[in-house]
Write a protein of this length. Structure first.
Length: 227
């Protein structure tokens, strides 16, 4: 996308419930990706929506400064209004460089599947990370996940963005081609998975368990020669 939008969804309720629904996953992301002190760290959240991940991260492991960037202007305004005294800036932008450069660590949660040009995304991440930095991209919305075809159809019904059909190979390959070492973790494999009533996305308890433990993947992308 080369232009801003108001919201990513045509159904506001799909966005309004994200902070509550994603909170347990964000906690597991932090446990899996953050292993030390962040007090001198600059953090980027790609596709920040209403800003909940960075607020949780700072309240859990305080960082020096963070920027959240998103295409959706209205969501960014809500994030900025909700940050309190935390050292976070939220930016509506179409290029990651609009958030700045020199980031130590970058995150995205269920954003990469909506990015049409993965090669360009990987190049942009390389531009804004500092030497020694890392990008953690989390998604279970990919072609290799058994439920993805039905999910994609549902998401296409309300998304203001196109919904590509990326595979794990597509994601990993784009970052390898851009000069990254790519590793992946089934980071929820040992987590307690909330078993709410089965619904339209996960029709059975077993499908919920299998989706999150087997297909919710955390990609760690670091420039070659860095770990």
């Amino acid at each position: 996308m080369n232009q801003l939008i108001d919201t990513w969804s045509r159904l506001p309720e799909e966005e309004d419930i994200m902070t509550e629904e994603h909170a347990w996953i964000w906690r597991e992301m932090i446990r899996a990706a953050v292993t030390g002190d962040l007090s001198d760290t600059k953090v980027l959240d790609i596709g920040c929506n209403q800003g909940g991940f960075l607020r949780m991260l700072h309240d859990t492991v305080p960082f020096r400064h963070a920027v959240g960037i998103d295409l959706a202007k209205d969501r960014v305004a809500l994030a900025e209004a909700s940050k309190g005294e935390r050292p976070i800036d939220y930016v509506a932008g179409t290029r990651l460089s609009e958030a700045g450069t020199g980031f130590d660590i970058a995150f995205s949660h269920e954003v990469i599947y909506l990015i049409e040009d993965l090669a360009d995304h990987a190049r942009q991440v390389a531009e804004v990370l500092k030497p020694g930095g890392a990008y953690y991209a989390v998604t279970c919305c990919h072609r290799d996940a058994p439920l993805w075809p039905s999910w994609r159809e549902k998401i296409q019904g309300f998304s203001n963005l196109p919904v590509p059909d990326h595979s794990v190979e597509d994601i990993a390959g784009a970052f390898r081609a851009a000069g990254f070492e790519v590793a992946v973790n089934r980071f929820l494999a040992n987590a307690f998975i909330p078993l709410d009533e089965p619904g339209e996305y996960c029709p059975t308890d077993l499908s919920t368990i299998e989706t999150y433990t087997n297909w919710k993947l955390m990609f760690r992308c670091t420039p070659f020669g860095q770990v």
